[in-house]
Design a protein around this ligand. Structure first.
Ligand SMILES: Cc1ncc(COP(=O)(O)O)c(C=O)c1O
Length: 507
């Protein structure tokens, strides 16, 4: 077995992908962010055993000789078909398919089934870009609904039934609704109520459950949309929370879905690789089978227990404010908080993150200007919990001087939160060029401040600046300016004046 940080003979350019392998083990030791396996071999023991046995020869282990009898990925046949049928049985769906291009790929396939030039899709404004782009490519028109933006916590709340109703009642042309649930922070929408409403109104419903892939496996988890009448399609990223390799995803049709299995298969067939990675497929299969088994459930119960212990500890420590949202069911594995020091000064999320990382090697899922988010993933170990607790307890006992020293920006990660994270109120995008046409146009680059100046000097809105790029923070993926969108003055609230913007030559 290759030890972390000890790959010998790898001697490529410092910034090459394979040289990154040499960096393994040099970062923080206790991962509390995606991918959900967190490097813990126990999450997929069979796959781990396979990789161990093939040792240094993993490449040979993935040849046709080993997997030659797998059958077709699309349309599924042989072992592959059996595996998919088993997954559908376990999830209780009409059918479940594996995706090896993340939820991005599966969401685009979903929009092929639900879109088309006669369709109008209601998307939440902070929808993942794959949803918006999938519908735009299909020729569907977009309408937007605005989930509440919580200024204090700098996050979007889940879309509500009332927000959907308000749009549908105003725009009777809407034919399909898309809801992201859970949010990145684990807050969930009222899927049963939304589904009942959509069914009543004859609207199709797609659930982007990218962050909820662990939910189906445990009864302490909130709704996913699977098994709920009125929900047509559910997409989940198995790599984010369920423990599979990066890129692993599933797409489900509910038993009552208005979409046929053959329709979905055709949509998937168009972009499915004809040479899928067997390692990815095996990882997806093992995660599903294992997480539905007693061992898998026990592992998830343990992690929920860890998160509960962490929250109980934090609640008792002075200075901490745990973020809880009464009335909104939350993924029990997410722990989000802010911290105010003894001098009454609030630390930024980045300062808290630096303290946990630099002094306890604990790496959080995400931080914002005001908070930090830790995920207790399926791969989280006792050692991670112990270090998390030690960090939380000592942060509280540090003197102010030491604390400021310890929390200073030690890691150079200059994400422009000011421009990206606080991204509300975003206004409704105006598309000046169809996505299909964009790719024929020439592109030029200008500094953002120059475009802003030009728009300021044009009170009659005669100039047309059309974005040739997608600017969206990652995560959670809210598009600030989209490809083909008319650039307006309000965009500059979220853009760095010094950044170069790509625009199409449309005049
Ligand atoms: C809400 C949401 N949907 C979809 C995706 C795409 O998932 P993937 O990274 O598996 O392609 C993401 C990714 O972060 C996401 O946050």
């Amino acid at each position: 077995m290759v030890e972390k940080g000890q790959v010998k003979g790898v001697d490529g350019p410092a910034d090459s992908n394979y040289n990154l392998i040499n960096q393994l083990g040099k970062g923080p030791k206790y991962s509390m962010h995606m991918p959900g396996h967190c490097g813990n071999n126990e999450v997929t023991p069979i796959l781990n055993q396979f990789l161990k046995e093939y040792g240094g020869n993993a490449i040979e282990g993935t040849t046709d000789e080993v997997f030659g009898t797998l059958g077709n990925y699309f349309p599924p046949s042989g072992i592959m078909k059996k595996s998919l049928d088993q997954a559908a049985e376990l999830y209780g769906t009409k059918c479940t398919y594996y995706g090896i291009n993340g939820s991005t790929g599966n969401l685009i396939s979903a929009t092929r089934c639900l879109g088309g030039n006669k369709q109008v899709a209601l998307l939440q404004r902070n929808t993942h870009r794959s949803v918006a782009h999938g519908f735009r490519i299909s020729g569907a028109r977009l309408r937007f609904s605005y989930p509440d933006y919580d200024e204090e916590h700098t996050l979007f709340k889940p879309l509500t039934l009332d927000q959907i109703k308000a749009e549908v009642e105003q725009n009777c042309d809407i034919t399909v609704v898309v809801v992201t649930t859970p949010t990145y922070e684990g807050l969930t929408a009222d899927v049963p109520a939304i589904a009942a409403y959509c069914k009543l109104k004859g609207l199709r419903l797609l659930i982007d459950g990218a962050h909820g892939s662990i939910f189906p496996f445990h009864d302490q988890m909130p709704h996913t949309g699977i098994g709920i009448d009125g929900v047509d399609i559910v997409v989940q990223s198995l790599h984010k929370a369920a423990g599979a390799f990066s890129q692993a995803s599933v797409i489900h049709l509910n038993k009552t879905s208005s979409i046929d299995r053959t329709q979905l298969e055709t949509a998937l067939f168009i972009t499915a690789s004809t040479s899928p990675s067997n390692l990815l497929l095996a990882s997806i299969e093992e995660v599903i089978v294992r997480n539905f088994s007693k061992e898998g459930k026990d592992m998830i119960s343990k992690v929920i227990g860890f998160a509960t212990q962490a929250k109980d500890t934090i609640r008792k420590l002075p200075g901490y404010q745990l973020w809880e949202f009464p009335g909104i069911p939350q993924d029990p594995t997410k722990v989000c908080f802010d911290y105010t020091g003894p001098n009454g000064k609030k630390l930024t999320g980045e300062q808290i993150r630096n303290y946990f990382r630099e002094h306890f090697s604990v790496d959080p899922e995400e931080y914002t200007p005001t908070s930090v988010l830790f995920s207790f993933h399926i791969g989280t170990t006792e050692a991670t919990l112990a270090n998390f607790l030690a960090a939380a307890q000592t942060l509280h006992t540090e003197t102010e001087e030491k604390l400021l020293f310890k929390c200073r920006t030690l890691c150079e990660d200059i994400r422009p939160h000011a421009f990206h994270k606080n991204n509300s109120p975003l206004q409704t995008p105006v598309y000046a060029v169809d996505l299909q046409e964009c790719f024929q146009l020439k592109v030029k680059s200008y500094p953002a401040w120059a475009i802003k100046q030009s728009l300021e000097s044009d009170p009659y809105d005669k100039q047309l600046w059309v974005s040739a790029q997608i600017i969206s923070p990652c995560p959670p993926g809210c598009i600030v300016v989209d490809i083909g969108e008319k650039i307006k003055l309000w965009h500059f609230k979220f853009l760095d004046p010094q950044q170069e913007l790509l625009v199409f030559e449309v005049n």
